[in-house]
Write a protein that binds this ligand. Structure first.
Ligand code: PHE
Length: 343
């Protein structure tokens, strides 16, 4: 048996060596390594051998198989090399043009906004998408009985029975979590911008998605006033939407800012006269903002008497849809190249 294996190996090496091309080599490969090939035959005959025989022949047969596989691969590589050498390479042929991707429209908007705020002295940071109730709610002064904490409004990752009350993990429902993450780690003065995905269990339609993007910004220093908020956001809206853009501040409520506002810009389509996009109102709501609530400072250990600041948040999909006249939020997430190639 040992001689037989040795003979098979020698025969095989000769035949491999004399194979002239891929097809020829494949024939030889099938003869030895194919399902009914000579090597496979030996391996399957092991079953009928005595234990002693098996112990001798088994390792030999196995290493023959491993060697054979390597020999065939090596020969195939050599044949391929010879082939290109023979045929030569035609340098005048056009190369394979790499597909060049492009920036997704939402990322384009984020980049554009980032540039504007970097120009105003802001710094870009990242913040996690998986959060806890503490960062998403409690530290932002959102009480335990607030409706947004409901399981219908937030994706929870832990069940309440398995965790201490108020410590469940969740998918963040807004980017205001970044305020706490940064304040916890750093001391003022701060001028920070952070954008990314947020999640809310909304039914998907033309204007709702269970996942969308927000951008959060905040600035904390000595003597920051509401007029600073107004100045920074006015500068932003003029650079982003054009120098003629007007702003309107409406009183609003957010638990983590006090006072709070919702900010509209004059409609970028009709300039304020009223059209389909602004619902004939002449104004478009684009931002939530306010002066950071002293309760937030207390939670992160800042002295509310020493520091003041403002925060704002905006929806990236909404701004992108307004900017390009896109009427369905689902287009951003469907990966339809006919849509994406337009940007
Ligand atoms: N987090 C708020 C939202 O998702 C927006 C906001 C951010 C409001 C910062 C005020 C200050 O609606």
């Amino acid at each position: 048996m040992e001689d037989k294996i040795k003979n098979i190996e020698n025969e095989m090496l000769k035949e491999v060596e004399s194979a002239k091309n891929r097809d020829g080599l494949e024939q030889v490969r099938i003869k030895y390594l194919g399902r009914k090939g000579l090597i496979s035959e030996i391996l399957s005959s092991l079953g009928g051998m005595s234990v002693e025989e098996k112990r001798k022949v088994g390792p030999l047969a196995n290493s023959l198989k491993i060697n054979a596989t390597a020999v065939f691969q090596e020969k195939a590589r050599r044949l391929e090399k010879e082939k290109t050498k023979e045929e030569g390479i035609d340098f005048t042929l056009p190369g394979a043009r790499p597909e060049i991707g492009r920036i997704h429209p939402l990322i384009k908007t984020i980049n554009e906004i980032n540039e504007i705020f970097i120009g105003l002295g802001f710094r870009i940071v990242e913040s996690p998408e998986i959060e806890t109730e503490f960062y998403n709610f409690k530290a932002l002064n959102i009480p335990l009985d607030h409706p947004s904490r409901d399981v219908f409004d937030t994706f929870y990752l832990d069940s309440p029975e398995k965790t201490r009350p108020g410590s469940r993990r969740l998918l963040r429902s807004h980017t205001s979590t970044a305020q706490i993450r940064i304040m916890e780690k750093e001391k003022p003065p701060l001028q920070v911008l952070s954008s990314g995905r947020v999640f809310r269990p909304d039914a998907v339609d033309a204007s709702h998605s269970f996942m969308f993007h927000q951008m959060e910004g905040f600035m904390i220093n000595k003597n920051i006033r509401f007029s600073d908020l107004k100045g920074v956001l006015t500068q932003f809206s003029r650079e982003m939407f054009g120098p003629e853009t007007k702003m309107r501040f409406r009183p609003h409520f957010f638990p983590f800012t006090e006072p709070s506002v919702e900010i509209d810009i004059s409609c970028i389509i009709c300039g304020g006269k009223g059209c389909r996009v602004c619902g004939n109102k002449g104004w478009l709501e684009i931002l939530g903002a306010g002066m950071i609530n002293p309760k937030v400072y207390e939670t992160v250990g800042y002295d509310p008497k020493a520091w003041s600041g403002f925060a704002f948040g905006m929806g990236i999909e909404r701004i992108t849809m307004l900017k390009y006249g896109i009427d369905d939020i689902r287009l951003f997430f469907e990966n339809d190249l006919r849509f994406l190639r337009q940007f």
